[in-house]
Write a protein that binds this ligand. Structure first.
Ligand SMILES: NC(=O)c1ccc[n+]([C@@H]2O[C@H](COP(=O)([O-])OP(=O)(O)OC[C@H]3O[C@@H](n4cnc5c(N)ncnc54)[C@H](O)[C@@H]3O)[C@@H](O)[C@H]2O)c1
Length: 277
């Protein structure tokens, strides 16, 4: 599939750690669709990951380190990106998430608050920081599109998701609140995409991931949305075909969010009851 949907557009892509990352797939697809991109990630992730391979594949995209919780890093990122592009930016993908509590297996009800603050700062406030820096530097063209990636634990309880659930609720709220201000100020749109569980480093780090991946697969009429599908949806939001969409949380989950129960789940429960009975 190649429609040159993003021909002439310039964007910054956060969070490509390895080939499974959603950010990685967006970078590949955006380049394929004609965009010019800058890649960024936290300095430590750049040292450990293999972003240079991706950069090469993306027409030698510049790689600019930035910790998404650091204002000076973000200012440097936007400044250097505009220099590399020779102008302003048309789209940003925020694909950033990390919870020290999840990493350390600390239960939600016994949370460590220092970790909790870090979760919120890295996974949610970072979107506010990105938007604030972009707005102050007037770095985004009119009708630009900013997309952040979320998960349905923002609306419903998924116990293994821990404090990331609260971070996603805040992330979606920031998209709405900042989207209001940026829309009036500069016609910039801000949305979140609520993606199906996807086997990536961040995704598989959540307790019980394999089980709820299978559960979501069976609950969703279309099955789980893959990382590639997620990338395509991001591209549509960066494109001019979605100019009037802003301040939304958009479910990209094969119908999971609108399904109460599905026949495959009922069948499985019935079989389990028969075996146990
Ligand atoms: N994988 C899933 O099941 C799933 C589902 C819905 C939403 N999401 C969201 O998608 C986004 C991308 O995650 P992924 O699944 O591709 O996993 P991933 O682990 O590949 O990506 C997460 C990225 O966040 C980056 N990051 C962490 N701390 C950072 C910091 N301080 N500054 C800058 N970057 C930092 C990491 O280096 C990494 O590249 C996350 O927001 C995640 O919550 C994932």
């Amino acid at each position: 599939m190649n429609h040159q949907l993003l021909k002439g557009k310039k964007g910054i892509i956060f969070g490509a750690l390895d080939e499974r990352s959603l950010g990685w797939k967006v970078a590949q697809r955006a380049t394929h669709e004609g965009a010019q991109i800058v890649l960024t990630n936290a300095p430590i992730a750049l040292r450990m990951g293999k972003i240079n391979e991706l950069a090469k594949e993306c027409n030698n995209a510049p790689v600019i380190p930035a910790d998404a919780t650091s204002m000076p890093d973000l200012e440097n990122l936007f400044q250097k990106s505009m220099e590399a592009f020779g102008g302003k930016i048309d789209f940003v993908l925020h694909s950033v998430g990390m919870s020290p509590n999840v990493r350390k297996n600390i239960p939600y009800t016994d949370t460590n608050y220092e970790n909790f603050h870090k979760t919120l700062d890295i996974s949610a406030l970072s979107l506010h920081r990105v938007l604030q820096v972009a707005m102050k530097m007037d770095a985004l063209n009119e009708w630009s599109s900013v997309v952040a990636l979320s998960y349905i634990a923002a609306q419903r309880s998924f116990p293994g998701y821990n404090d990331m659930a609260d971070a996603k609720a805040l992330l979606e709220s920031i998209a709405r609140s900042f989207g209001y201000h940026y829309g009036f100020a500069k016609k910039v749109r801000v949305n979140t995409i609520s993606q199906s569980p996807t086997p990536t480093t961040a995704g598989s780090g959540v307790a019980g991931f394999d089980v709820f991946f299978e559960y979501a697969e069976k609950m969703s009429p279309l099955g789980n949305a893959s990382g590639e599908d997620c990338a395509n949806y991001c591209l549509s939001l960066f494109s001019d075909y979605t100019r009037m969409v802003t301040m939304q949380n958009l479910f990209h989950d094969g119908g999971f969010s609108a399904t109460g129960v599905s026949e495959p789940i009922v069948d499985q429960m019935t079989k389990a009851l028969q075996v146990n009975g």
